[in-house]
Design a protein. Structure first.
Ligand SMILES: Nc1ncnc2c1ncn2[C@@H]1O[C@H](COP(=O)(O)OP(=O)(O)O)[C@@H](O)[C@H]1O
Ligand SMILES: [Mg+2]
Length: 237
């Protein structure tokens, strides 16, 4: 089986500084991969190069067998890469319903397909159905995170990218989000690349991990190899 996503020696600069120094990683179809590392090591920058928000100065980003380095963000999105950015980034002045509708524009669908896609998101995140007319900005952090994931799923992605989905969220909602990611994985087909500092969440949801430091991957392996020693050496402050 070939990877859905491969990063080969990806380098990126921000404001004249080298932030990514040759990142190599792979996501297989249907696999959940955790990208871990301390603050400031380049996790978010790595995700931004994949979705096209940050140019890579060298290296290759290969998605479904072709290089996507030069494709615009919206083209990558239509090809099946969905992004749930750090800090969630929903539209605060739009209602929940309007926020979800922005996810539907990525793909042509019949009325029935739209209804089924929305029903699936409401089944995964029942709170969204209750809050359809509320403005995104008045939701709690956890509700906004569910909205951001719901919106991403409405694009019908093949690769879901999540940047710190548990950050600043209360434990009961973290559990629900973890269960939802596991349920999506079980359904099959959807690959996920998850940036996350919460180690137990990664152990619960991911198949494999990569640990990053100063712009490059230091160690990787099956999630069972994310031992306390590895955490201490590579992830703890
Ligand atoms: N817009 C920016 N301007 C200047 N430096 C930035 C910017 N974004 C990120 N950086 C720097 O790039 C490095 C990696 O950042 P980031 O990818 O956000 O790290 P992480 O997500 O692992 O915490 C950090 O040292 C950060 O200070
Ligand atoms: Mg980050």
């Amino acid at each position: 089986m070939s990877a859905i996503l491969t990063l080969q020696n990806v380098e990126a600069d921000i404001g004249g500084s080298r932030i990514l120094r040759g990142v190599n990683l792979e996501v297989m179809p249907g696999e959940v991969v955790a990208l871990m590392g301390r603050n400031g090591v380049g996790k978010t920058t790595t995700l931004r190069t994949i979705v096209g928000l940050q140019p890579n100065r060298a290296g290759e980003i290969v998605y479904e067998g072709r290089s996507i380095n030069r494709l615009a963000t919206d083209v990558r999105a239509r090809a099946g890469i969905a992004n749930v950015p750090q800090g969630r980034d929903i539209f605060p002045h739009l209602t929940v319903q309007e926020n979800l509708q922005t996810g539907l524009s990525a793909k042509r669908r019949s009325r029935i397909e739209v209804r089924d896609a929305l029903d699936r998101v409401y089944d995964l995140f029942p709170v969204l159905r209750e809050m359809l007319k509320r403005k995104g900005g008045v939701l709690s952090g956890g509700q906004q995170q569910q909205l951001a994931i719901g919106r991403a799923l409405l694009t019908d992605p093949k690769l879901l990218i999540l940047d710190e989905p548990t950050e600043g969220i209360q434990p009961s909602i973290i559990d629900h989000i973890g269960d939802t990611l596991k349920a999506l994985k079980k359904e099959g087909g959807l690959a996920m690349l998850l940036v996350e500092q919460y180690v137990d969440f990664c152990r619960e949801t991911a198949d494999r991990f990569y640990a990053m430091d100063r712009g490059a991957i230091e160690i990787s392996g099956p999630i069972a190899e994310l031992t306390d020693e590895v955490v201490k050496e590579h992830l703890e402050v």
